[in-house]
Design a protein around this ligand. Sequence first.
Ligand SMILES: [Zn+2]
Length: 78
Amino acid sequence: MIMFLIICGFLFIFINLMLRLIGHLLVDQQHINNKPSQEQDIVDVMMECPTCHVYFPKKHAVAYKGKLFCCSQHASVC
Ligand SMILES: [Zn+2]
């Protein structure tokens, strides 16, 4: 009977530790998944078009005469 209680105690402790470990792993996985999107937000720099004054991402800019425009139509108007 005493052996049965000791084995049950060890099983309880073991299961508790495993659940905590799985919980930590899930939290770490969410942390890793969130990281790239936050870095992506920081990399996108917003620029103002001199023609229409609309803000647009710098990576989509059209360069013309040393200025950055939102599209090629607005670059040709200037
Ligand atoms: Zn524009």
